[in-house]
Design a protein around this ligand. Structure first.
Ligand SMILES: Cc1cc2nc3c(=O)[nH]c(=O)nc-3n(C[C@H](O)[C@H](O)[C@H](O)COP(=O)(O)OP(=O)(O)OC[C@H]3O[C@@H](n4cnc5c(N)ncnc54)[C@H](O)[C@@H]3O)c2cc1C
Length: 326
């Protein structure tokens, strides 16, 4: 029976959300096409990780070894390439995360399998899998398939699939020994450095007021802070704001920042590039303030205000304060 591999991403003993999202998609495809879902876990002391996914896969292959305690693409590549060559899974899914973006290309070179990165969907048509990707800042959707190969590697964008369980499975657990004797290491893990979370964790906030490059100058960010405070929300931002050192990295939303899921996400002066929006895809309601009516953010926003933020934000703040006074 054909197989879908899902490479489990975990950190400090916790499974990352992207793993559950990939398992959801793998489960959906497996149910439709009568495939099996196999998850591969490399790490050390993995009991709780295995428990958390044992009802989402048909098979769990475990490599548990001290040397796998921390992610290292050099070691992962060697072990996974052996497994892929042995089992020949039709699809191998890897998160399009910093972790996966390091692993997938070298795994593709090592196995000789084609790779499509940052996929937002996987379809099955005319007897082959088609991966959907976005191009030109999300303006074009492209459907990719591989003429030369039945098997392929796909990296999956975070936040595009639900994290829910799909189907009812009970995995067969297969323990494997650490298979390498000579480890060709080009890099070594040194230490984990937690981002300075300060007293704000935007991934937990219920209301975010997010500021983008449209704010123009650093001193104008106080406008956004005042609006967030009036609303009882938290400030977050797009990447250019972090690149300019106007706000700290732990407030950045997006593929290289955090994924957030507030009830309300107010995006001010943000164009809506997919690298930003994929981090905000879990938001309940998105409200955008942007002076450009063609800004891509209006395609995803539930409500939009096409106007100058310097006109709108102070008025919004005053209205909120008035309402609060009663
Ligand atoms: C590998 C990679 C990873 C990335 N990761 C991230 C990420 O994690 N998060 C992220 O945010 N980006 C990320 N980016 C960058 C991303 O592609 C965009 O460049 C970025 O999101 C744009 O930020 P922005 O919307 O603030 O700025 P811009 O795209 O410059 O948009 C500014 C918007 O403000 C509007 N505006 C200007 N003045 C006003 C005004 N007075 N009133 C109202 N509106 C106004 C403009 O119309 C415009 O739409 C990444 C890029 C790469 C290549």
């Amino acid at each position: 029976m054909s197989e879908i591999f899902v490479i489990v991403e975990h950190r400090l003993g916790e499974i990352r959300d992207i793993t559950f999202e990939m398992l959801w998609k793998a489960g959906e495809l497996a149910q439709k096409l009568s495939y099996t879902v196999t998850t591969i876990i490399l790490g050390h002391e993995l009991n709780s990780i295995v428990d958390n996914i044992s009802d989402r896969a048909d098979k769990i292959i475990i490599f548990d070894d001290e040397r796998l305690k921390n992610f290292n693409a050099d070691i992962y590549k060697e072990i996974l390439s052996g497994l892929i060559e042995e089992s020949k899974p039709t699809l191998t899914l890897i998160g399009n995360t910093s972790w996966g973006m390091e692993l997938a290309p070298c795994l593709s070179v090592k196995t000789g399998l084609p790779l499509a990165t940052d996929c937002i969907d996987i379809m099955f048509k005319d007897d082959k899998f088609i991966a959907q990707r976005q191009m030109f800042n999300g303006k074009i959707f492209s459907n990719v398939s591989f003429a030369e190969s039945k098997e392929c590697l796909l990296t999956i964008r975070s936040g595009v699939f639900p994290k829910d369980k799909i189907g009812d499975r009970q995995a067969e657990i297969i323990q494997k020994d650490f298979p390498l004797t000579d480890i060709p290491l080009k890099k070594n893990f040194i230490e984990f450095v937690e981002t300075a979370a300060g007293d704000v964790d935007i991934s937990q906030a219920e209301l975010l007021v997010s500021v983008g490059r449209g704010i123009g100058e650093e001193e104008n960010i106080s406008l956004i802070k005042e609006l967030a405070e009036a609303l009882g929300g938290v400030v977050s931002c797009s990447r250019p704001i972090v690149d300019k050192n106007w706000l700290p990295k732990h407030l950045q939303v997006g593929t290289s920042g955090k994924s957030v899921s507030p009830k309300v996400y107010i995006a001010v002066g943000i164009s809506g590039a997919f690298q930003h929006m994929s981090g905000a895809s879990g938001a309940g309601i998105i409200i955008a303030v942007n002076k450009d009516p063609k800004a891509p953010i209006f395609r995803t926003a539930d409500y939009g205000i096409v106007d100058d933020l310097f006109k709108i934000v102070p008025v919004l703040k005053e209205k909120v304060l008035e309402l609060k006074k009663g």
